[in-house]
Design a protein around this ligand. Structure first.
Ligand code: SF4
Ligand code: SF4
Length: 191
């Protein structure tokens, strides 16, 4: 009896002086694994053009039907992305998403990227449906515009300023209106 008590107290003392596994979240955040997949972002090329070409492959690949993409034709004078089309409407329902990463795998241009951001809690269902404004990164990346796109890349002036410009999708002429799903003239139907 006394021996068992002493053994129990020994365990208690041992744990008492051990380094505590609890952390002071949110002031201290735990390191996540290298493979961690969090919130999505749509990246831009180094010159500010969007990397997404509205091909809808991510929408097809998503097992949770969380992605909605509606493409539209680029205006050659003021393109949103290299090539013919861009994602006029792009939405991800974070309540449906299981962060499997299949959309990222399916993306042919590396536009879609799952970041390490995980603090996505919000108060309404609507606010957890992320649209272009929240998904297209305001900053440019190191990716260069490929030269083999159609129509051929000819040094287009990007619609949006690079880092810190006018904001993702803002004042672009390619942003979805507040209501309805009517794309601008020349929208490419389907994939
Ligand atoms: S991470 Fe998976 S579930 Fe989430 S949007 Fe991408 S494909 Fe769909
Ligand atoms: S697969 Fe990539 S390029 Fe195609 S619509 Fe999705 S994010 Fe855009």
């Amino acid at each position: 009896m006394l021996r068992a008590l002493a053994r129990g107290m020994g365990t208690t003392l041992k744990m008492f002086f051990r380094r505590k596994p609890t952390i002071q979240y949110p002031f201290v955040k735990k390191e996540r694994s290298a493979r961690f997949r969090g919130r999505h972002e749509l990246r831009r090329y180094s010159n500010g053009l969007e990397m997404c070409i509205g091909c809808e492959l991510c929408q097809v690949a998503c097992p949770a039907a969380a992605i909605t993409v509606m493409p539209a034709e680029n205006d050659p004078a003021r393109p949103n992305s290299p090539g013919e089309r861009y994602a006029w409407k792009y939405e991800i329902d974070m309540l449906r998403c299981i962060f499997c990463g299949l959309c990222e795998e399916a993306c042919p241009t590396d536009a879609l990227h799952l970041t390490r951001e995980f603090e996505l809690a919000d108060f309404t269902r609507e606010s957890l449906v992320y649209n272009r404004d929240r998904l297209v990164n305001k900053h440019t990346s190191d990716f260069q515009v490929p030269t083999h796109v159609y129509p051929p890349y000819s040094g287009w002036v990007p619609m949006h300023g690079p880092a810190g410009g006018d904001g993702a999708g803002a004042a672009s002429g390619g942003e979805a209106p507040a209501a309805g799903d009517t794309p601008p003239a020349g929208e490419a139907k389907g994939a």
